[in-house]
Design a protein. Structure first.
Length: 269
């Protein structure tokens, strides 16, 4: 993406909102009250596109992104969103079928809207799209575990369950998403937050599409312990695996929400 603002002088209403909302303060009026980058601004620009998003008249476009091609802002219905949050569950039973291609495409199309610190282009998503590929990961995992001479407590539990026909690592899921991060491109302090935020968005949107998901500490641990499994995730060498989420078409259906205990909350005034 070319980071460059272009302003249609005819449409500009000279409100200065793009200038006010620019996080880096790199937009200013020129002599004709038309917004432009301050000297050196184009290089500093992080490409958040707030200037285009806030422009009331659609005068400001960003690189090859035309303001007219953006969707209108709509915050949806808060009751629906809360219902989704309350209804979200961790799924550990999946149908033995691929995630439908259209749902996969919808999930992928959502990814660029996930926020990252400093709007960094720092994440890599390895998405296992077929049950065949997932089966290869599962087979590699368990054959490696069966060959290990010394097993950790967790590996021993996975091995014992496997010999009883249970897959407690991948829960029989047909798909997974593994998020990796390029630390060089990441704002200090956001190394953990960025990938976890990404999977939080992924989980809620996937469940709104009727898919099941489960955060998978076990799959993360096993990928980090077994190089042959890590290799199957095809994570580019400049990225480090951060977290794994399983997903697929659920084989079970929850009937009602849970009634969780409240976290510790303190209102500070
Ligand atoms: C960071 C994280 C890691 C998790 N790892 C696993 C896992 O390895 N295997 C698993 O079956 N569930 C895993 N879970 C799911 C939790 O056990 C689950 O969220 C918890 O039991 C509450 O259930 P709920 O998600 O349906 O509300 C994980 C959840 C989180 C948030």
């Amino acid at each position: 993406m070319r980071k460059k603002i272009t302003v249609d002088a005819e449409k500009c209403v000279h409100c200065g909102m793009c200038i006010k909302d620019c996080v880096l303060g790199i937009i200013a009026f020129d002599g004709n009250d038309i917004p432009h980058y301050t000297p050196g601004g184009e290089k500093q620009c992080v490409g958040c596109q707030h200037c285009m998003a806030i422009c009331p008249s659609g005068a400001l476009s960003f690189g090859d992104k035309n303001a007219q091609d953006s969707s209108p802002v709509g915050l949806g219905n808060s009751a629906d969103l809360l219902q989704l949050i309350k209804s979200r569950r961790s799924y550990r039973f999946y149908k033995n079928e691929d995630v439908p291609a259209d749902k996969l495409q919808q999930l992928i199309a959502m990814l660029p809207f996930i926020p990252t610190g400093g709007n960094a282009d720092n994440l890599h998503f390895s998405i296992v799209a077929t049950k065949e590929k997932m089966e290869a990961i599962r087979a590699t995992t368990y054959s490696a575990i069966l060959k290990l001479q010394q097993l950790s407590k967790f590996q021993m539990a996975a091995k014992n369950a496997y010999t009883e026909g249970k897959d407690i690592i991948y829960r029989g899921a047909p798909s997974l998403v593994a998020v990796a991060i390029d630390k060089e491109k990441t704002i200090e302090g956001c190394e953990t937050a960025d990938p976890i935020i990404a999977l939080s968005y992924f989980e809620l949107y996937a469940q709104s599409l009727g898919l099941g998901t489960v955060w998978c500490d076990m799959a993360l641990t096993i990928a980090n312990q077994l190089p042959e499994v890590y290799a199957l995730l095809e994570i580019p060498s400049n990225y480090t695996l951060n977290y794994v989420m399983l997903f697929g078409v659920p084989a079970i259906k929850y009937t009602r929400t849970i009634q969780p205990e409240m976290f510790a909350v303190k209102l500070l005034r």
